[in-house]
Design a protein around this ligand. Structure first.
Ligand code: ADP
Length: 370
């Protein structure tokens, strides 16, 4: 068990590419932190700096209060699970899991007990005599986790551990990792480009873009109160809809509609009179107000939009079971609506919608207006 402090970490590679800028994070004992962002945003570089696989160009890294910035990886007591498993093909599952302990010259009985205990946790007891080639992708990933567990490290690092698995297995293995975290109560850092993994796994998410931390918070904080346009568009699926406009006499005005800002929104927009802002609305906050989706209207506190709503011309209807994704256009902008019913809209049909929750962003700085 361990706390970690990442203080002002920079990474500049030899080719002068700066991959990470001023990364700051204090990780609590037993916390599961997920670093999320698009490919190339610096997630793996950050993780590799924690592991000691990349030098830290500037800043300090502490584990349990002790400075380990320049400590070699083998002394850090950190175990890493990679996307490509990195198992030894000629060794059995048992030997793979025992390997690091054999290297450490641990007692044979202790090794045996640790391997059996890890195999039990991971459901691998019946697979111990097999070679990795005889296992499925999901089982191989579990062996890779087992290899980390037997070492009882202070910190577990996961680098996109599920990306080689198919969608169904990815979901199942993700839930296993969550259970594993609850069981081990270990400090973990998990890297992924998948916002669903971040939302479902994390105690706290660190959302990154282009080497910079964009926001740190609980999954609900990032989903509910995104700090800027990047986080708003990255977290949530389908992504948030955006409308560019400006504030006129306390209303948000864009090419396709006028939103009369009342209540909490009025206070927010007052300071932006005459300025360019972006209105964001999640697909699940779009409500059909013309009766075309009867179940959609119940208990919803709707925005006041001139003319009673925004006209959407439907282009595509995607049924997901309990909900329907309706893709369309408001004239100048695309919109995705997530309605709470099975719908059968045909292309070209018009639906009038309103919103029960919106977000505003400063167009110039991209920051959320709060
Ligand atoms: P992510 O894990 O978010 O996909 P990375 O941390 O792998 O991103 O990469 C961040 C940036 O650093 C990218 O621009 C990448 O090209 C660059 N980069 C990664 N590894 C190296 C390296 N060994 N040498 C030079 N540049 C690198």
């Amino acid at each position: 068990m361990a706390t970690l402090n990442l203080q002002h970490l920079d990474k500049i590679y030899d080719n002068k590419v700066q991959a990470v800028f001023d990364f700051n994070l204090d990780i609590n004992d037993g916390e599961l932190i997920v670093l999320v962002g698009p490919s190339g945003c610096g997630k793996s570089t950050t993780l590799r700096m924690v592991a000691g696989l990349e030098d830290i160009s500037a800043g300090r890294l502490l584990i349990d209060g002790k400075d380990i910035t320049t400590m070699p990886p083998k002394d850090r007591d950190i175990a890493m699970v990679f996307q490509n498993y990195a198992l030894y093909g000629h060794m059995t599952v048992y030997e793979n899991m025992a390997f690091s302990l054999v290297l450490r010259k641990e007692d044979k009985n202790v090794i045996h007990q640790k391997v059996l205990a890890a195999a039990e946790i991971l459901g691998l007891t019946d697979q111990l005599n097999k070679k990795p080639s005889q296992l499925s992708g999901g089982q191989r990933q579990r062996v890779a986790m087992g290899r980390a567990i037997v070492r009882t490290p202070k910190v577990f690092l996961f680098d996109e551990p599920l990306s080689n698995l198919d969608a169904k297995l990815r979901g199942a293995t993700r839930r296993e990792i969550l259970l594993l975290h609850k069981r081990l109560k270990a400090t973990m850092i998990y890297v992924t480009h998948d916002q669903t993994e971040a939302l479902t796994l994390a105690d706290r998410i660190v959302c990154m873009s282009m080497g910079y931390v964009q926001q740190i918070g609980t999954p609900l904080e990032l989903y509910d109160t995104p700090a800027n346009l990047f986080v708003a568009s990255f977290i949530g699926l389908p992504p948030m809809n955006f409308f560019e406009g400006r504030v006129e006499k306390g209303s948000f005005v864009c090419d396709d509609f006028r939103f009369k800002a009342g209540g909490q929104y009025f206070a927010l927009l007052q300071a932006y009179e005459g300025k360019e802002v972006v209105l964001g609305v999640r697909p699940e906050n779009v409500v059909a107000v013309d009766g075309s989706v009867p179940g959609d209207l119940s208990d919803r506190d709707l925005a006041e939009i001139e003319g009673g709503g925004v006209n959407v011309t439907v282009s595509l209807n995607e049924n997901l079971g309990q909900t329907t994704l309706v893709h369309g256009s408001t004239g100048h902008s695309k919109i995705v609506c997530k309605f709470r019913e099975w719908c059968n809209f045909t292309s070209g049909v018009k639906v009038k919608v309103s919103f029960d929750r919106v977000h505003f962003f400063d167009k110039e700085t991209t920051k959320a207006i709060r």
